[in-house]
Design a protein around this ligand. Structure first.
Ligand SMILES: C[S@@+](CC[C@H](N)C(=O)[O-])C[C@H]1O[C@@H](n2cnc3c(N)ncnc32)[C@H](O)[C@@H]1O
Length: 318
């Protein structure tokens, strides 16, 4: 698909219904041949709508009116281009813990959590957030500022208790540092403009992580996951988990990761878009059409649920 097509697809399939500002901007970019030509100077992996829009916001560019956005972006192209080359789409969504929790709570604790593709590590704190399923009573640590809301369907085994987490570690190609104001500002710019609640949640989750910073190593998940599992403390159950990560890997690396996980034999929780883990897909019952952007939650390659990509919904499979 060419760049204009990618922006058109983003407009209708991703931004529509979620971000009027992004829908307006990406719809206009797709028809703007001069701006598309600038974007096409970047390597293909760097032409993503999310990356361009976050870079403009990171540099304090305007995102209201298209003419102002376009003028500013063209005038400041060197800086925008530099930010797009330097940074990555690394949205870190603590809300995903709401869909991970029912699985984590069923595993024998204490748990040693190992997140691959951790970004800033905000999904490593499922025991530090509060949860409210289907608008019911919130539960979790009384003082936590983060309350994760999640709507459910099906027989979700809602947990009676939070998991006991003894150890948390992660790996990322480019770990973001919750103590670094620029990294945190980048994470903020990755949240779409109208999503004020997600932004507030991000800031609160960053505060929690800052109080107890995660151990994050820089590297490729295939090159590090064995060592991380081996480093888990004795007596804790190692659990490798990831969400919205495997799609970034070429197919051969996805298969290599799956093969390593089978060999390691520890628990493996995946929360990924359909199509990236074929062994999970094969066991997935027929469901909503592929234009509905739902992830599949699986434990040890057994699909358990379809999930909203930000952890906002959890549809337990029969
Ligand atoms: C969309 S973010 C998701 C972050 C986090 N898992 C979450 O759910 O909030 C994907 C992350 O995967 C990381 N990533 C992509 N490919 C990777 C690889 N081969 N090894 C390690 N991390 C990788 C990216 O750098 C990015 O931080």
């Amino acid at each position: 698909m060419d760049t204009a097509g990618r922006y058109r697809r983003f407009t209708t399939m991703e931004a529509r219904g979620h971000s009027p500002a992004y829908e307006r901007l990406t719809g206009a970019i797709a028809e703007d041949r001069a701006l598309i030509a600038l974007i096409d100077e970047l390597p293909p992996a760097k032409r993503q709508p999310n990356l361009l829009l976050a870079a403009v916001r990171f540099l304090d560019g305007p995102i209201g009116d298209y003419a102002a956005f376009r003028d500013w972006t063209v005038t400041h192209w060197d800086a925008v281009r530099g930010t797009m080359l330097e940074r990555r789409t690394q949205t870190n969504e603590a809300g995903r813990c709401a869909v991970l929790l029912p699985v984590l709570a069923r595993l024998p604790g204490p748990l040693a959590l190992i997140e691959v593709g951790a970004s800033a590590g905000l999904c490593l704190y499922p025991d530090r957030y509060r949860y409210r399923y289907d608008g019911g009573a919130a539960f979790g640590p009384a003082g936590s500022p983060v309350v994760l809301e999640c709507g459910t369907t099906g027989a979700v085994p809602l947990p009676a208790r939070l998991p006991d987490v003894a150890w948390r570690a992660g790996v990322d190609l480019n770990p973001l540092d919750v103590a670094d104001p620029e990294d945190v500002h980048w994470l903020e710019c990755l949240v779409w403009p109208e999503q004020r609640q997600r932004l507030a949640r991000l800031r609160d989750a960053v505060r929690i992580a800052r109080a107890e910073p995660p151990v994050l190593v820089r590297g490729d998940l295939n090159g590090t996951v064995r060592d991380l599992v081996a480093a888990a403390p004795a007596g804790a159950t190692p659990v490798v988990l990831h969400s919205a990560v495997i799609a970034y890997l070429p197919p051969g690396e996805r298969e290599a990761f799956a093969a390593t996980m089978r060999e390691l034999g520890c628990h493996w929780i995946s929360n990924e878009a359909p199509g990236v883990l074929p062994a999970v897909d094969r066991l997935l019952p027929p469901g909503p059409s592929s234009d509905q952007l739902l992830f599949t939650l699986a434990l040890d390659e057994r699909p358990l649920a379809r999930t909203g990509p930000h952890g906002q919904s959890l549809e337990w499979l029969a």
